[in-house]
Design a protein around this ligand. Structure first.
Ligand code: ADP
Ligand code: MG
Length: 493
């Protein structure tokens, strides 16, 4: 069975989740769909499996154009998907859940159903107790049940969206063996969606890489990790000359910090950042860079080690003290942590005028909002609720609201999801602040951005921080090597 996706578009408001994606799936192979969070992978697969309707584009099965308005229509054509969060009916027993696979007319009785489940389970060495409650199963076992259900439904194309999240290492080995078997021995197509390079590398035959809703490349495996990293994160054209900046005195000093979290612990992280310096934090999402950045603002507990600001010890100080010391933190979730969606631009200006009088002078605040809107080219009105602004304008507003003369600015993904013009504008503003001596530490998943604007870059992998690399003498390949954690990579093969 051959499945083709041609020029598929799916937009959510201004977000182009899929922006003209084409992809062909061949029988008997494992096709990887690789890309950072937000690249558009799940959207594409939901369109292919009938959970979402594309805005535009064609899906063909064996040369015939199909339109799926529900998952059951997709499965009738042999396409089934396992979700990032397994979709099931937790109040049920395993057998009842499995029986849901069958059409009412073809529904086997419980005994027959149990036999089919056992047979299928034995084929893949899944030990599922038909009478167990689905709620008692581990995520890995629920996946196994879902796979069997899709097989019973006759799925020829099986899509797995980030299936290794939350399953144990032995379950992962078993899952990979199952997927290989489905492809090699049973001639089905498997689509493996992941943002984890090492997994895609060890499992897939062919890989399509998505970035910002577009296909950046399609490669046959084996393929160099460096190449895949460049496809995932962007290609860097090194500047003709490297500009060196005069750095001021040390602003931030972190020494041998241990920053625990329930998923990952950052170990032994240390860096010194000087006034006017820009440091980029690279790494696959969830490698520790965000924990580290948040710890630099007192938003994350430092269990061991020290954080100094200026010459002042700030270890274990609350965010308030960091703020008072001239530190600002700009989160990636603009609407969840940075701005208040329902409040207007004017109200935001009033909120940050903390030193003002107790009573708010609304006409004056509105004037001020108007001035900020003009100065920062925000497309909106003082009365606009910020949730009505586009991502680029929200980010402009966030910058407009930051106080002047900051000592240290910490930013997550300063330009993620923005158009090229807005991104350039944001960096102009940031560079102007750095000229005034503000130190900037930022996280980005965009290699271009990291290499272009940083003085130094550190790479996180599995909670470990690399030595700082001078951006001028660093190549994409070196960065790719570190991002993929090659030396430390102990992924199962
Ligand atoms: N239902 C939705 N409503 C609004 N935006 C969405 C919706 N689904 C996805 N998006 C946006 O589309 C982009 C791609 O998302 P997604 O397909 O989930 O990416 P991935 O699976 O690669 O992480 C993201 O910016 C995401 O926020
Ligand atoms: Mg996803």
């Amino acid at each position: 069975m051959r499945v083709e996706i041609v020029d598929l578009h799916k937009h959510f408001g201004p977000v182009r989740a899929n922006d003209g994606v084409s992809l062909t799936l061949e029988t008997g192979s494992i096709h990887g769909l690789l890309g950072e969070n937000g690249a558009g992978k799940s959207t594409l697969m939901k369109c292919l499996s009938g959970y979402q309707l594309p805005d535009r584009g064609t899906i063909r099965v064996d040369g015939q154009t199909v339109v799926f308005s529900s998952p059951s229509e997709a499965i009738q054509h042999g396409i089934g998907m396992l979700h990032q969060d397994p979709l099931d009916f937790p109040q049920m027993r395993v057998l009842d859940n499995f029986l849901l696979a069958f059409d009412r007319r073809m529904l086997p009785n419980r005994r027959r159903g149990r036999a089919i489940l056992r047979e299928l389970g034995e084929r893949f060495q899944f030990a599922l107790d038909p009478e167990a409650e689905v709620t008692s199963l581990t995520i890995g076992e629920r996946q196994q049940l879902e796979i069997l259900r899709l097989l019973a439904l006759g799925a020829q194309v099986i899509i797995l969206d980030e299936p290794t999240t939350g399953i144990s290492a032995p379950q992962k080995i078993k899952l990979f063996a199952t997927l290989r078997r489905l492809a090699e021995e049973e001639g089905r197509s498997v689509v493996f969606v992941s943002h984890k390079l090492a997994e895609v590398e060890s499992l897939c035959d062919r890989v399509t890489v998505l970035r910002q809703g577009r296909v950046t490349g399609e490669v046959e495996m084996p393929c160099s990790v460096e190449r895949m990293v460049v496809l995932m994160f962007g290609r860097h054209i090194p500047p003709a000359e490297c500009k060196r900046v005069e750095l001021g005195p040390p602003v931030l000093r972190v020494e041998q910090a241990t920053i625990p979290s329930y998923r990952l612990t950052v170990q032994d992280a240390g860096i010194e950042v000087r006034a006017g310096e820009v440091v980029g934090l690279a790494g696959l999402e969830g490698s520790g860079q965000r924990l580290f950045l948040r710890a630099c603002a007192g938003l994350e507990r430092v269990a061991a080690g020290r954080v100094h600001l200026g010459g002042q010890e700030m270890t274990a100080a609350p965010y308030r003290r960091f703020l008072a010391a001239g530190v600002a933190y700009v989160p990636a979730n603009r609407l969840e942590e940075g701005l208040v969606g329902e409040l207007t631009v004017t109200e935001h200006v009033a909120l940050v005028n903390r030193s003002g009088p107790f009573f708010i002078d609304w006409p004056a605040t509105r004037e001020q909002a108007m001035a900020q809107i003009q100065h920062f080219n925000v497309i909106g009105r003082p009365e606009s609720p910020v949730s009505a602004l586009s991502g680029g304008n929200q980010q402009r507003l966030l910058l407009a609201l930051l106080p002047a003369g900051l000592r240290l600015l910490l930013m997550e993904h300063p330009t993620r999801g923005l158009d090229v013009e807005s991104a350039r504008w944001i960096w102009q503003q940031l560079m102007a602040r750095r000229e005034e001596g503000t130190a900037i530490v930022f996280i980005s998943a965009d290699l271009d951005e990291l290499l272009e604007y940083s003085d130094r870059i550190v790479v996180f992998f599995g909670g470990q921080m690399s030595a700082p690399l001078p951006a001028c003498d660093t190549t994409v390949e070196q960065l790719g090597y570190l991002i993929a954690g090659r030396e430390r990579d102990k992924e199962t093969r």
